[in-house]
Structure formats: C-alpha cells, structure tokens
Design a protein around this ligand. Structure first.
Ligand SMILES: Nc1ncnc2c1ncn2[C@@H]1O[C@H](COP(=O)(O)OP(=O)(O)OP(=O)(O)O)[C@@H](O)[C@H]1O
Length: 558
C-alpha cells in the first residue's frame, strides 16, 4: 500500500515535470476540446429545438446550429492536433527519461533486474504510457460532451436527469469492479511480457546452443515459450471479455434508461421536446461513453507500465546524482595510491542463493604496480574490482584516492581514473582516444596486438568487430589502452588467448603498460604467470587470505 502511494507520488511528480514544457499547449488543447464537447451538446439542443420547439423556428436557428457544429468540429480537431503534438513531446521525454534512469540507476539494481526486464521497459512501457497520453484528447472532448449533454438534460428535466445520473453512477460502480479485475490481468500481462522477453533473449543469444541441443531447443519451443504464449492468449481473452462486459453494461444501461423514459412518460407524462431531447442526448453520448470505456484499459496498462519504470528507483536505490551533466574531459591525472579501508559489500540471500559478503578488506594499491587478484571461483574477485572501480559503493569502510576519501559526490570523477575490461565486457567500435589524439593513434597498438591485418580504422571507428573471441578481447585492450587512464583493470583478460599470446600478455604487454605509467589490477587464474605480478592478493570466501610480494617473496600479514 505504502509502495503504491510512493509510485503514485512519483507518477504525479513525473507527470507534472513532463507536462511543464508543453502545459500551455495542453491547456489550450484541453480548453478547445471542452469547448468542442460543449458545442456538440449545444448543437444537439438546437436540433431538438428545431424539431420539437414550440411556436415555430426562431430566426437564424440554422445559422446558430451551423456555428455550434463548426465549433464542435474545429474544437475537436484542434484538441486532437494539440494533444498529438504534446503527446509526441511527452513520449520523447519519457524515452529520454527511461534512458537516464538506466544510466544513473545503481549497477547492483540493474544486475538484479536483469536484461529482459530492462528491455521490456525500454521497448514496451514507454509506448504503453504514450498511447494512454495520446488518448487524452478524445477523452477531454468526450468529457466536454458529457458535461454539456448533462447540463442540457438538467435544463430539460431535473427529475429525469436525477434518475439518469443515479443509473449512470450505479453503472460506473459496476464498471469499477470490472476495471479492478482488468488491472490485475494487466499486471499479469506485464509479468508475462518479461518472461517472454527472457525466452526471446535465449532464442537470439543461444542460437548455436539451441541448434546443437535438441532437448533444449524443444523445451524452449514446446514448454517455456509455449507456456508464455498460452498464458498471454488466456490473459488477452480475459481482458477482451471484461472489455466487452463493460460495453455490454453500458449498452444495457442505455436500454434501461430508455425503458425508464417510457415508464416516466406513462406514469408522470412528458412533453415531446423533453422526450426527444433525452432520446437524442442518450443516443449521442454512446460514442463518448464508448471512448471512456476504451480509455479504461489504456489507463490500467499505463499504470502498470509506470509502476515498472518506477521500479528503477525503488527500495531506496537512489539514482546517482551528477552522472549526466556534461563536463569538459579532464586530462588523466597521475595517482599515487588507492586505499581500501575496511571496505565490504554483501549480497543478501535470495531464493535458493546463500548470502555472500566480501570483506572487510584493507588494501593499498600503489601507483605503477602490477597487482594480481587470484582465488577460486566465487571467492569475490569480480566483486572486489567492482568495489575498486566505484561501481558498488562500499557498504562499510571507505576508499581513498591519494589519501582523500571518495564520496558519493566524487565517485564518478574517481571512476574516470580507470579503464576496465570485464569478463563480460562490451566492445565499443567508436574510438575515443585520450588527450585529443586522433583515431589513427590506435594503429601502433593494433600492430602490437597482431590485429593490423584484420582491423582498420575508418571514420573514427574500427572497421570491424567481427573477429575471433581472443581477437575481440585484444581489440578491447586497444580501446582501454587508448583511453589513457592511469589504472587498468583486467578481469581474466588472458582466458581466451592462445598460449603464445598469453605469454606475451604476461611477460611483455603488462610490463610495457606499466612502463607507460599504468597501474595494473589483473584478475587471473594463470598460476604459472603469477610471478609477472609485483604483488598477488589471494581471496577465499570473500576474505583476503594472503598478499604475496614478488621482490621479497614474503607474505604480508593481512
Ligand atoms: N549481482 C550479484 N547478486 C548476487 N550475488 C552475487 C552477484 N554477483 C556475485 N554474487 C555472488 O558473490 C560471490 C562472488 O562472486 P564474484 O563474481 O565476485 O566471484 P569471482 O571470484 O569473480 O568468481 P569467478 O572466478 O567465477 O569469476 C558468488 O558467490 C556470487 O554468487
């Protein structure tokens, strides 16, 4: 409940923020739409007056009718145009907003949400919200029409209007029960979309494995995906049934009202003008009521979509401030030392997964050294480098750069001292060398890494990234080295290299990078090359168990 209130608060705040740049347009469009709706009611009144008015037609009734009709058409058209334009602006703002949310959300939160959820939001939620916003214009017109028609009915007969209003209120109460059910189904539809997205990712990313493994292929097709598709079909049908029930309720209500009119005429008597006016209005308001009924699921879907987008900022996972403000690139600064003082990070237990805590860790990385981080699978090496890189803020302790503590405000500047190649790295093809050097500065490195015959440079990009696994990793190293940052962090970089290149990496490339002023932090399982490091940090179950130093071959107490 509290969470729902928080989501609603975020939604209102976001809606106000998104509407702020276009509010004059939205206000004008809404006003025109309302005027159009009211003019429609007035035109109806004129029709009724022309047909049933007592004492013949007033002068110029046709002209007045034409005026109202024109106002109705123009008002509706202008409202649609205005809202379409404003809707487009809001959709663009929403897309940028979601991108910003992902760019600034805590990394751990993104890891927990998973790729499929992020894609489902990026691809589906924004357009769902936009569709609902785009439908606001007809709703404004429909609202104006209903208010105008209601006023006209009130003028015609207050007693009959009271009966009509009571019946319509009862109908909307019934409709609300259906609407609540529909909202529940929309939640399920959205969950189902995420599950389907996950299977689609498997479908595309595991094409090779699926071709080789018949069981997996058939399981994905006949069980996993089919379940999702079948569930989607069931939900769509249920939603359609509710939607049709809403239409049926509205239609029945209308017939009930007509029956009421007949009964009223028999019991209390009613003039021809009153009767025809009511009939005309009740028939006319069918369209705006149908639009409102159509709008109900759109609002429901938008609500669910918004809740999903709001999840990025959930659970106190505050967005990181200042990440999106452009700053002039700073020349890479030499560093003296990075100190981790009592730093720890824990992953809570979830489902069947046991909790894991890394640290507390005390470690000083000296400028210009080659530090290896080693340990068994799951000992916490990657978590340690994520802490070192400022991707996870320490849950306890602090990190100091040259003796100055890194804070939330300085964390992004701190990160700019690093280049990293993660185990699951992303290879960018654009070249952004440091110090304003041109893309051509990559050539010597391409030669050094035996890539010059495969990869060229054109228009500031590598000509291709379609390479073997080991070659792609070498290209990532070219990128990282070109960035010119003082610290280079490599997570099992050599894992995919052939024995010759692996030896060159440990015995030539690392010392060369160090000579060029780099500090190197390297995760490695290659124990035969551990002596390439100045120091080796051994991790086990999230704790530092040993720190060995090559020169003296002694182990520092930890
Ligand atoms: N995003 C995460 N959410 C929850 N638990 C995690 C997450 N990342 C890692 N862990 C857990 O933390 C522990 C350490 O993981 P980490 O990736 O740091 O190990 P590692 O030493 O790098 O292992 P490997 O040699 O296999 O790469 C593991 O038990 C893992 O299950």
């Amino acid at each position: 409940m509290g969470q729902d209130k928080a989501v609603l608060r975020h939604f209102v705040q976001d809606a106000i923020r998104l509407l702020r740049p276009v509010w004059p347009l939205v206000a004008v469009a809404t006003a025109l739409g309302s005027v159009g709706g009211l003019a429609t009611a007035a035109a109806l009144a004129k029709i009724n007056e022309a047909f049933y008015g007592e004492g013949g037609l007033a002068d110029g009734v046709l002209l007045v009718f034409a005026g109202f009709a024109a106002l109705s058409v123009i008002g509706t058209f202008a409202a649609s145009l205005g809202n379409a334009y404003a809707g487009g602006r809001i959709q663009a703002a929403l897309s940028c907003d979601l991108t910003d949310k992902i760019l600034t959300a805590p990394i751990e939160r993104l890891e927990r949400l998973g790729k499929h959820k992020l894609l489902a939001s990026l691809q589906g939620d924004v357009s769902t919200i936009f569709t609902a916003i785009a439908f606001l214009s007809p709703i404004v017109v429909a609202g104006g029409t209903l208010i105008g028609c209601g006023t006209y009915m009130l003028i015609l007969s207050p007693a009959l209007s009271a009966v009509t209003a009571t019946v319509l209120i009862l109908e909307s109460l019934g409709a609300n029960i259906l609407r609540r059910n529909m909202l529940r189904y929309f939640e399920d539809v959205r969950k189902n979309r995420e599950a389907t997205q996950k299977h689609y990712l498997t479908l595309t990313e595991a094409a090779k494995e699926l071709r080789i493994g018949r069981e997996r292929r058939l399981h994905l097709r006949n069980v996993a995906l089919r379940d999702c598709i079948e569930q989607g079909r069931r939900l769509t049908t249920r939603i359609a049934v509710i939607q049709q029930s809403l239409s049926m309720l509205s239609q029945s209500t209308n017939f009930l009202l007509f029956a009421g009119l007949i009964a009223y005429k028999i019991l209390a008597g009613i003039s021809g003008a009153e009767l025809s006016g009511f009939v005309l209005v009740l028939l006319y308001i069918q369209t705006p009521i149908a639009q409102l009924i159509h709008f109900v699921p759109l609002i429901g879907q938008a609500q669910v979509a918004y809740r999903r987008i709001a999840e990025f900022a959930e659970e106190g996972a505050e967005a990181e401030a200042g990440l999106l403000s452009a700053r002039p690139p700073e020349p890479p600064r030499r560093i003296r030392a990075i100190t981790l003082r009592g730093v720890s990070h824990g992953f809570p237990a979830a489902d069947d997964r046991a909790p894991f805590t890394l640290g507390p860790i005390d470690l000083t990385i000296r400028a210009g050294e080659i530090l290896f981080i080693v340990g068994e699978n799951g000992s916490g090496k990657t978590t340690l480098i994520k802490l070192l890189l400022g991707l996870y803020p320490p849950q306890t302790g602090e990190i100091l750069l040259d003796g100055v503590a890194v804070t939330a405000q300085t964390r992004d500047t701190y990160r700019q001292h690093f280049s990293a190649i993660f185990f699951d790295y992303h290879l960018f093809d654009e070249l952004i060398p440091a110090d304003g050097a041109g893309p051509e500065s990559a050539r010597p490195l391409l030669e050094r890494l035996d890539l010059a015959g495969k990869v060229g440079i054109a228009e500031g990009r590598f000509s291709t990234t379609d390479l073997s696994t080991g070659q792609r990793k070498r290209l990532a190293l070219v990128q990282a080295a070109l960035e010119g940052r003082p610290v280079l962090v490599l997570d099992e970089w050599a894992a995919e290299q052939d024995p010759t290149f692996r030896r060159r990496f440990y015995e030539e490339l690392l010392p060369d990078l160090r000579r060029s002023g780099r500090t190197l932090v390297v995760i490695s399982h290659d124990d035969r090359y551990f002596d390439a490091a100045d120091r080796v940090l051994h991790l086990a179950e999230g704790r530092v168990v040993r720190l060995t130093e090559r020169a003296s071959a002694t182990a520092e107490p930890v």
